[in-house]
Design a protein around this ligand. Structure first.
Ligand code: F6R
Length: 609
């Protein structure tokens, strides 16, 4: 997804901006550019392609300026060409704008601007902003930006510089994240803290409706009511190591391998062993509020939605509440029923997914209480939710979500433990047992990760497959869905996840020797049924790979390959079963020569609907 970096200070801006853009590359993009202000001159450089290409171009022909803005673009309006890359400028080439989000009334604005004599040269919605600011009245850049934004419908996180106002960056936010980085005699702006962490850990998160004005001397924020505000400065809790490869060939492998630590981190300080409960102060749920819950609705997308499906089993079992799991993008356009006692749980790694954010807003408008299970601290979903659980899994850079998934399941188990005990539907002994099982998970994840060489061997065998089927039942069905999603998004092999027993109602027609079938079959109360499903596949010549529980010898002769994960509580088995499937997808994709950290067409954080 698009990324923004900006700098104003005493240093040359270009190297800092390029470094920042490089740190945002993981979000996915197709073109890049920057604008620098030097004296009263504005210089814009951009291209279709990688930030490295932009850096080479700037090395060849230096670009000077101590104030600048830069952007990586993930095309929405118009093809990924140099012309459409940001920054965009006005007719007089005095103003440059970088923008994340979508200007919904861009067509109408473009027509009006062209009618009044403006010459627009790109296919983008963003270019209209530069021309609107050019036309806007005001005695300062910020006044003109504010006046221009009055005409705009849609979402934006944007940064503007002008040759008429050197040293100044004006930043605006509505629906697309931007934060300020506070340095010593220098200021930064970024859509993601990772872009500026090398230079400062002190950040100010902007709210929707904010306008921020940055100069080397300092900054101020003007809120949506036109009040000048002083905002709290937050400290970014993680450091650069977390966003470096640290010897791994890919972020995805690093993040898979980190999961013992990330699961531990999600649990840290939250288990109350004696009370058999969980401490989740951030939820802001009083015992009365817990008692008043009648139903839970989980809204999420992609991998987070799969975690939500696991969460349904966990919450129905532990909290004894009916749970619906909704695709956020579908939920928000359905009729919202104002049912009293509805708790909506928005699950999102990034905390910025537009569909999830809008679903959560729709639920709130219908009177539901909304909590967030979010990884990125200070993200929009975390800030708009009435309470929540941070995953504390650290930054996830690989586009394919891995460590966030396992931490989401752990956070859902904590939520189940908390609600179950608060609502008095989970016994002390059962709560204590689950708390112990949760505490054992990090060690069990470490043991599971030792399967990697075995998984690698299997990956070699199936690297040429064109289709895969993933099957599981009960709590393992979402794991099958997640295994299939991981494989398809990074290796481009077609893969489908299905409930194992549903296979005989159609997909069984696909089974032959060319269709590897991955069964997620831990030893639980549906295990024998799943073994029967395996027999059905075997009888039709299908090739079976199974994930099951250690010590389970039964699958010999049925499955060609068996990955055995340690035993745990059945509700927690997805945390372990997911690991070999992540590794399988990773190794197949690497063997096929795919760019696993930056799969084609995908972005890390999907901030468009
Ligand atoms: C898949 C993946 C996506 C995300 C989805 C939601 O590997 O990463 O499916 O899970 O885009 O993103 P978040 O969790 O940030 O809301």
């Amino acid at each position: 997804m698009c990324g923004i970096v900006g700098y104003t200070g005493q240093r040359q801006a270009a190297p800092l901006l390029l470094e920042g853009l490089q740190r945002l590359e993981y979000r996915g993009y197709d073109s890049a550019g920057l604008a620098l202000v030097e004296g009263d001159r504005l210089e814009v450089r951009k291209l279709a392609g990688r930030v490295a290409g932009l850096a080479t171009a700037i090395r060849r022909q230096a670009a000077a300026g101590t104030t600048g803005i830069a952007h990586t673009r993930w095309a929405t309006h118009g093809a990924p060409t140099e012309r459409n890359a940001h920054p965009h400028v006005d007719c007089g080439r005095q103003i440059a704008v970088v923008h994340n989000g979508i200007i919904e009334n861009a067509e109408a604005l473009r027509a009006a601007l062209e009618q009044s004599g403006h010459h627009l040269t790109t296919d983008t919605d963003t270019e209209t902003l530069a021309h609107l600011i050019e036309d806007a009245a005001g005695d300062s850049l910020e006044a003109r930006v504010i006046a221009a934004l009055d005409h705009v419908e849609g979402t934006y996180g944007l940064a503007v510089v002008s040759a008429d106002d050197p040293g100044k960056i004006v930043v605006a936010r509505r629906g697309s994240p931007v934060l300020l980085g506070i340095g010593d005699g220098e200021l930064f702006v970024a859509s993601d803290a990772s872009a500026i962490l090398e230079y400062t850990r002190s950040v100010v998160y902007l709210d929707d409706g904010d306008i921020a004005v940055l100069t080397p001397a300092g900054y101020h924020v003007i809120d949506s009511q036109s009040h000048v505000q002083v905002r709290a400065v937050d400290d970014v809790a993680w450091d650069l190591e977390a966003i470096a490869l640290g010897g791994y060939p890919h972020f995805m492998l690093k993040e898979i391998s980190e999961q013992a630590e990330t699961v531990r981190s999600t649990l840290r300080g939250r288990l109350l062993f004696e009370q058999g409960a969980a401490r989740l102060n951030g939820l802001n749920l009083t015992p009365e509020a817990c008692a008043a819950i009648r139903r839970i609705v989980i809204v999420a997308c992609g991998t987070s939605w799969h975690a939500g499906l696991v969460g349904r089993h966990i919450l129905e079992t532990l909290a004894r509440l009916p749970v619906e799991v909704e695709y956020a993008s579908e939920y928000r356009y359905r009729t919202q029923l104002s049912l009293p006692g509805t708790l909506v749980v928005a699950i999102s790694q990034s905390g910025e997914t537009a569909d999830t954010l809008e679903a959560m807003r729709a639920a709130r408008a219908a009177g539901a209480r909304v909590i967030g299970l979010v990884n990125v601290v200070g993200s929009t979903i975390a800030r708009e939710a009435e309470g929540g659980i941070y995953l504390h899994a650290g930054p996830e850079i690989g586009v394919a979500s891995t460590k966030a998934f396992t931490s989401q399941i752990v956070a859902l188990a904590l939520l189940g433990l908390f609600l179950g005990r608060q609502r008095d539907v989970l016994s002390l002994e059962a709560g204590q047992e689950l708390a112990c099982r949760l505490a054992q998970l990090p060690a069990l994840v470490t043991q599971t990760l030792a399967l990697e060489p075995e998984v690698q061997r299997v990956a070699r065998e199936f690297v040429g497959a064109r289709n895969f089927l993933y099957l599981g039942r009960g709590v393992s069905f979402p794991v099958a869905l997640e295994g299939a999603l991981k494989l398809k998004e990074i290796s481009y092999i077609h893969a489908e996840g299905y409930p194992a027993a549903e296979m005989k109602h159609g997909p069984i027609a696909l089974i032959d020797a060319d269709m590897p079938v991955v069964f997620v079959a831990p030893r639980d109360d549906v295990y024998q049924k799943v073994v029967s499903n395996m027999q059905e596949v075997k009888a039709r010549g299908g090739r079976i790979v199974a994930v099951t529980t250690e010590g389970n010898g039964e699958l010999r002769g049925l499955a060609e390959h068996v990955f055995r994960v340690p035993a745990t509580a059945p509700l927690l088995s997805p945390v372990l079963a997911a690991v070999p499937l992540q590794l399988l997808a990773y190794h197949i994709a690497v063997l096929r020569g795919c760019d696993v950290d930056r799969p084609r067409n995908l972005a890390k954080s999907v901030t468009v609907e």
